[in-house]
Write a protein that binds this ligand. Structure first.
Ligand SMILES: [Zn+2]
Length: 231
């Protein structure tokens, strides 16, 4: 029996009954460790799931914010388009009267106008106008608008008035007939409209290249003047 008298050598077993030796402390310890492990695993699982859900929700929220921002930008762009259409100059009765009396006024006044552009100098002119908070009228040539479309848009977007100065500015060409004057008038209008993206754009304001009076082909100018007056 001496061989089996020391139960430490047969840890966990009752030698006599060969049944599993019951060590209550160890069982309690194992239960506690097991429980803690399960609780820890549950907590890790819970926080993993919770964090995943939170990340998913935050991504959805970010997507909503981006969508909202895009919608707002679209609305702003649509509004800008509407404003551009509204900015298409209208020839009102008041406007006609103002033009008729352009040289007559009780108070002294000056209109700042720039002809024959846009050109490489126009940006400098625009900067000076902006610095001094002055709005001007630009009598543009169709052929120049074709070369400087971005500058033309800048003139318009900075609140200046774009008026018509024909297409070529070549006297022999434009003054060969009243019809030719009208053709250049329409050409310039069309190019400005296309460049600004405002299909109906019409400034209703035309300045004859070389001036409307002091020119040899006065007859053509006078007839042209009457034709254009109706446009
Ligand atoms: Zn000119």
């Amino acid at each position: 029996m001496g061989l089996f008298s020391n139960k430490w050598e047969y840890s966990g077993y009752n030698i006599y009954s060969m049944k599993k030796y019951v060590d209550k402390k160890r069982i309690i310890f194992n239960i506690i460790v097991g429980s803690l492990t399960i609780i820890a695993l549950c907590l890790i699982g819970y926080y993993t799931i919770d964090t995943t859900i939170r990340i998913k929700k935050s991504k959805q929220f970010m997507a909503q914010i981006i969508e909202y921002k895009n919608q707002q930008e679209e609305l702003i762009n649509e509004k800008k388009d509407d404003e551009l259409v509204k900015k298409n100059p209208e020839l009102t009765e008041t406007g006609k009267e103002n033009l008729k009396n352009i040289y007559v006024s009780e108070e002294k006044r000056a209109f700042l106008t720039f002809d024959d552009g846009p050109s490489k100098n126009t940006i400098d002119i625009l900067n000076i106008l902006k610095e001094n908070n002055i709005k001007a009228t630009f009598f543009v040539l169709g052929c120049q608008v074709e070369v400087f479309p971005e500058t033309t848009n800048k003139i318009y977007n900075e609140g200046h008035y774009i008026a018509n100065h024909g297409y070529t500015h070549i006297y022999k060409s434009i003054y060969q007939s009243p019809e030719q004057v009208l053709l250049e008038f329409n050409q310039c209008n069309q190019i400005v409209a296309n460049t600004l993206g405002i299909p109906e754009y019409n400034s209703h304001l035309f300045r004859f290249p070389g001036g409307s009076n002091r020119w040899k082909i006065c007859r053509n100018k006078k007839t042209s003047h009457n034709i254009i007056r109706t446009k």
